[in-house]
Design a protein around this ligand. Structure first.
Ligand code: NIG
Ligand code: FE
Length: 397
């Protein structure tokens, strides 16, 4: 294998506290740094003066390098947008789970090729903004055939694909919810499980309650899927306690938490994923990420990219909002969008730049990662590398 010295990195964030200034900072920051990449992996990271020889050399001209962003929550398989709904929300109409229905209609009517083209367009946006791993959920089909094709399309482009038949109860089942839960735990699960790693439930007002969510997640677990949850976005339902009970990898949104929820998360392996784009675009009170971090909860930041509540693919934007409005420090927000996302996906091979980890990184055209929040809305990512290759214009993982 040919090795490459990625040289002249002005500031390298490794997320490896054993590296860097030795100050124990969780980001493991190294100034005047270099990395050696061998095939898909990092084999060395540290100060450039100590770099070993390599076959080739790439000069990054003193730019910043951070681990590739890990977007642990997206809904990329959909058709059409809901710009009108956004306009109405900005004029005062509150966000409600019911808006999902309009995307369900559009997705059912769309061809596979239209859905694939839309997802790839969004994946392209993500890649150019520095994201190297993305989770993708279904949840806009809500029939066996439509969820199965959504799941197939998600699995074409990521290993982190999630079955979300339990997004909302579709109109045709409104008066017979139990039948829909039977479908989601029966033939729909059978059709989707081969193309899914995860099972998710929207456990909130207007969607599924905790008892329904427990039944659905247990059925998925019995099929070999790993649980995660949407919870506490619109109301305090008990989804956090359920997530902890089932050892869910993550409970996502977390806007309405009481002390017992925060305590339960802090004492668990369940990550709290906050979604700044959703709170921004629904004009909701921001999830209290500061309180979660202070309590010792592992926090991830994801985009929640979907046409209803959060039509952004940009983790740099979400980092900026998390700093400005969720009161995380720039260092905490960066960690949450990289190593935190990896934890929310139970991945140990990504989110860190150290020997043996995947060579997934974003090059930032600025003197520091702080500029991701300090210069909001500016496209600072100049290159994205996944598995040791530059991929700014390659779509999918
Ligand atoms: O995570 N909250 C549930 N699902 C999505 C929104 C989906 C939609 O409004 O289309 C979310 O925000
Ligand atoms: Fe979501």
């Amino acid at each position: 294998m040919t090795t490459t010295l990625v040289d002249n990195i002005g500031l390298l964030v490794t997320n490896d506290p054993t590296n860097g200034a030795g100050d124990g900072s969780v980001l493991g920051v190294v100034h005047d740094a270099a990395m050696v990449v061998d095939g898909s992996l990092v084999v060395w990271a540290g100060q450039r003066a100590a770099a070993p020889d390599a076959d080739g050399r790439l000069d990054l001209e003193a730019q910043t390098v951070v681990p590739g962003f890990v977007d642990s929550h997206t809904h990329l398989i959909f058709a059409a947008d809901r710009a009108d709904e956004f306009v109405a929300r900005m004029a005062g109409t509150p966000y409600a789970a019911g808006g999902i229905e309009s995307t369900v209609g559009a997705m059912r009517a769309a061809s596979d090729s239209a859905l694939r083209a839309n997802a790839r367009r969004l994946l392209g946006e993500m890649t150019t903004s520095g994201t190297t791993t993305m989770e993708i959920k279904g949840g806009y089909g809500l029939t066996v055939a439509d969820e199965a094709r959504g799941q197939f399309l998600a699995a074409e482009v990521t290993t982190e694909s999630t079955y979300l038949g339990a997004h909302v109860v579709p109109a045709e089942y409104r008066d017979r919810r139990d039948d829909y839960v039977d479908l989601v735990t029966g033939s729909m699960l059978d059709a989707c499980a081969p193309n899914a790693r995860w099972i998710d439930v929207f456990c909130d007002r207007g969607a599924f309650d905790v008892d329904e969510a427990r039944v659905i997640l247990r059925a998925g677990i019995a099929k070999g899927l790993l649980p995660r949850l949407h919870g506490h976005q619109l109301s305090r339902t008990g989804a956090v306690q359920l997530g902890v009970e089932l050892d869910a990898a993550s409970v996502d949104h977390c806007n309405h938490l009481d002390d017992s929820d925060v305590e339960a998360l802090a004492g668990s392996n369940t990550v709290a994923t906050v979604l700044p784009g959703a709170d921004f675009s629904t004009r909701s009170a921001y999830a209290d990420a500061r309180r979660l971090v202070d309590a010792g909860v592992v926090v991830a930041i994801a985009t929640d990219c979907n046409p209803g509540s959060s039509y952004t693919t940009s983790l740099p934007f979400c980092i900026a909002v998390a700093v400005r409005d969720m009161h995380l420090t720039p260092a905490e927000a960066l960690w949450s969008a990289t190593a935190g996302g990896a934890r929310a996906l139970r991945r140990h091979d990504i989110g860190v730049l150290a020997a043996g980890k995947r060579a997934d990184f974003a090059v930032i055209g600025a003197p520091s990662y702080v500029h991701l929040a300090y210069r909001p809305g500016v496209p600072l990512v100049t290159a994205t590398w996944r598995s040791g290759h530059r991929v700014d214009h390659v779509q999918g993982v």
